[in-house]
Design a protein around this ligand. Structure first.
Ligand code: FE2
Length: 380
């Protein structure tokens, strides 16, 4: 079975409302356009424990860009930088800073995925094309989603190579230990004022997703800022895309801050799952990754709210890990500060212990923490 498979191929339907014209097997990769892919690759290896996988650039005959592919568990990141001036990647970086360009989805049939979505109104990004090398062939196609973000459909059943045709295996001397990241749990998009419903409708109509949950500004508001959020999911529940929009508050919301610095809609956070959040977060902190903190008082009341948990509270408190519960179980989660120069994208580390939700009970404590950071930046 492929390394990309997140659970088994015979999952019960997780989201029976969703339609099946676009079966998705999992997240294939996430590509970031960055200013300096070589150094970014070192950061994701040394701080985040990603392992080197594949490379393309001048040495492989590619003249205009360089890409480093990293892997940990089933998560694959591509870091891409331009090698020339004035191109499409340069413009993306100029407009947005470093950020996610593509959320690639693993499918059985990239041509059919393209036709089904474009016929339902998706804007074409890349018509189906077959790329080949001595290890076989891959079919790629792509559509636009919010902002300048795209979805690439990857059909790789006839390919045995390291990553994709055109990439060579990348095996540098330096390798940092893995920190236990397993798979992408969800990818969150921030969109502009009054655009949430439009993009949820896009995922429903064009991709056959259904809405799992929604939060309005009463759920997600503090004294100052507010946002609204809906979670869209595909049929087998492996792909979950929450969409946020700003809501009126007394001061500028974190979503507005994002939209301002990213120059439009884009990926706000990637949530990566671990089986041992205490070990994973301890390793990340030791390697210099910075997290949002909540006041110690959060831990005085948390067990009254969530009930009994398997973990000792003390290490969770020490690391600032948050806890929430829903009908099906509980979850542990923590959020980094923005990992880029601009206050745009961050990463969530999540360990699910039955819960299928997203930590609604933590929103208030969390957003107050974000506001303290915004106040430091003078952007509240
Ligand atoms: Fe999240």
């Amino acid at each position: 079975m492929s390394i990309l498979d997140t659970t088994s191929l015979h999952l019960p339907k997780e989201n029976p409302e969703a339609e099946d014209f676009l079966p998705l097997l999992g997240t294939d990769y996430v590509e970031l356009y960055v200013g300096n892919a070589k150094q970014a690759a070192h950061y994701y290896m040394s701080a985040w424990g990603f392992q080197p996988l594949a490379y393309s650039g001048l040495e492989t005959g590619v003249k205009d860009r360089v890409s480093y592919v990293l892997q940990q568990g089933k998560i694959r990141l591509i870091l891409t930088s331009p090698l020339q001036s004035g191109g499409e990647i340069n413009k993306h970086i100029d407009a947005h800073g470093d950020g996610v360009k593509a959320i690639a989805l693993w499918v059985d049939d990239a041509t059919k995925s393209y036709k089904e979505t474009v016929s339902r109104g998706a804007e074409s990004y890349m018509e189906p094309k077959t790329i080949k090398d001595e290890d076989g062939e891959v079919v790629l196609s792509g559509i636009h989603t919010y902002g300048e973000t795209v979805h690439i459909f990857v059909e790789r059943s006839n390919y045995k190579g390291t990553f994709l045709p055109g990439f060579q295996k990348w095996d540098p001397h330096y390798k940092a230990p893995d920190i236990g990241l397993k798979y992408i749990d969800h990818m969150v998009g921030n969109v502009g004022w009054n655009e949430m419903d439009k993009w949820c409708e896009f995922y429903a109509k064009v991709m056959g997703f259904a809405q799992l949950i929604s939060f309005d500004d009463k759920d997600i508001s503090t004294e100052y800022t507010a946002l609204m959020s809906k979670v869209m999911s595909n049929g087998n529940g492996r792909i979950k895309f929450p969409i946020n929009e700003p809501a009126d508050g007394r001061k500028k919301s974190q979503i507005e801050e994002y939209i301002e610095f990213y120059n439009g809609a884009g990926v706000q956070h990637m949530a990566m799952a671990t089986d041992n959040i205490i070990e994973t977060v301890s390793a990340l902190k030791d390697r210099g990754v910075e997290f949002l903190t909540v006041p110690a008082v959060y831990y005085d009341e948390v067990l009254d709210r969530v009930g009994e948990i398997d973990e000792d509270l003390e290490p969770l408190k020490e690391l600032g890990i948050l806890i929430d519960r829903d009908d099906e179980g509980y979850l542990l989660q923590i959020f980094t500060k923005p990992i880029l120069d601009r206050p745009t994208m961050f990463v969530e580390i999540i360990q699910r212990k039955g819960a299928k939700s997203f930590g609604k009970g933590n929103f208030k404590a969390l957003f107050e923490s974000i506001e303290r950071e915004q106040a430091n930046r003078g952007t509240l």
